[in-house]
Design a protein around this ligand. Sequence first.
Ligand SMILES: Cc1cc2nc3c(=O)[nH]c(=O)nc-3n(C[C@H](O)[C@H](O)[C@H](O)COP(=O)(O)OP(=O)(O)OC[C@H]3O[C@@H](n4cnc5c(N)ncnc54)[C@H](O)[C@@H]3O)c2cc1C
Length: 454
Amino acid sequence: MQTGGVSFWWRDIGLPVPRPALDGDTQADVCIIGAGYTGLWTAYYLKAARPDLSVIVVEKRFAGFGASGRNGGWLTGGFAWSHDRYAQKGEAGVRAMVAAMNGTVAEVLRVASTEGIDADICPTDELMVATLPAQAARMRAETDHRRRWGEEGRVHAIDARALAQRIAIPNALGAMVVEGVARVQPAKLVSGLARVVAAKGVRIVEGTEVTDLSPGLVTTPFGRVRAGVVLRCTEGFTATLPGHRRDWLPMNSAQITTEPLPPEIWAKIGWQNNEIVGDFANAYCYCQRTREGRITVGARGVPYRFGSAIDHDGTPDAETIRRLTAILHRHFPAARSARIDHAWCGVLGVPRDWCATVGYDAATRMGFAGGYVGVGVSTSNLAGRTLADLALGHDSALSRLPWVNRPLARWEPEPLRWLGVRAMYALYAMADRAEAGGGPPSRLARLGNFLTGR
Ligand SMILES: Cc1cc2nc3c(=O)[nH]c(=O)nc-3n(C[C@H](O)[C@H](O)[C@H](O)COP(=O)(O)OP(=O)(O)OC[C@H]3O[C@@H](n4cnc5c(N)ncnc54)[C@H](O)[C@@H]3O)c2cc1C
């Protein structure tokens, strides 16, 4: 089994040939920091609106080094957020946000098709499975909640029998089905997007760490970029930038992949429509069936490292791999004999109130987007479109969505951050153990959420 190496997705296609680093001082209309989905989508829509604009993307390692090249490949149009928190600005805005998010899947598919990005994209459904009575209660509540907030056309519940016709998961009681999602190969999507924006004239400099940023000026060891607009698109890595240590907490998520499974194992599992599959455990998992017929399983790893430290090139610890393998065997016992080919991890950005934000200050002409809490594959597309509108001074439906310019709370200093997140995940694990006996949803998970403001 290989570990780290950034991710299995990069191993699948080979690590990229590095683009040149910055080679001295330069200037641009817009400087974007970070070449993940957020930075690249922003560059894409800026160029689409204004082809004459000079845009530079400054990337510490290479395009797709971060979560964008490591994730679970769930392109869902869903959103990690609390509808109620956004509704403080009015219900209409929240409904507009739901509609905008739901539209992101079609938009990503449209751009991939128009621009010739091959990312193993497969339009499909999301199946969120319940295997215990407490999980079934959460499933019903979540289904009702999303239907109430404008997703009645695409979210519904199915019973165990209907689920069994699609996929065999032991003890499944039913599932929430979300239609109109897609499975992607994340590294193919981000590398394709980088190639497309570079072809449109965006300059991407790699191996170039931003060490300081201020209005109109971005500093790196290899030179400075003077730019009219500066946009920070560093999501889970934001805590490593000066002045931003407590903005977003770098939360860790990890994955494993099996070897490609033979037809006789697939015959037992079903899963013929490549649905993206997760569960309603408190410490939930997310899975996909890949282009080659592998199963990937993702879930939390070591959830958070003291002082907002970040993993080394995606290398997870042995205990995390053991836990992920146990989930694989529990949900897909037919794959028990399959070799685990690769394990990796990455960081995602968690805001203090667990709600994503796009921010832009017209006075300083500095902006940012992120805090997607692990639901960023589609959210980053909406963020990119929105950030582009804001940077260009367009008053649009996007620039008026309720996630724009929300006030940001900061995380507590250490050791409170570490204690809070560790306690939350310990409580989730205890809640899952308590619920395994068949009882109702455990209050311990609610206590964990309360502790961290989730
Ligand atoms: C393991 C895992 C699984 C996930 N699964 C899913 C999923 O299935 N579906 C989903 O919707 N979301 C998922 N997510 C979340 C999603 O991948 C992210 O929200 C999304 O990729 C964020 O994109 P981004 O461009 O904002 O950040 P990133 O992709 O992290 O990009 C940030 C970039 O900034 C660069 N950078 C950092 N610091 C500096 C600096 N000082 N100077 C210059 N550059 C810098 C980094 O090298 C990086 O390339 C997952 C995340 C992880 C970690």
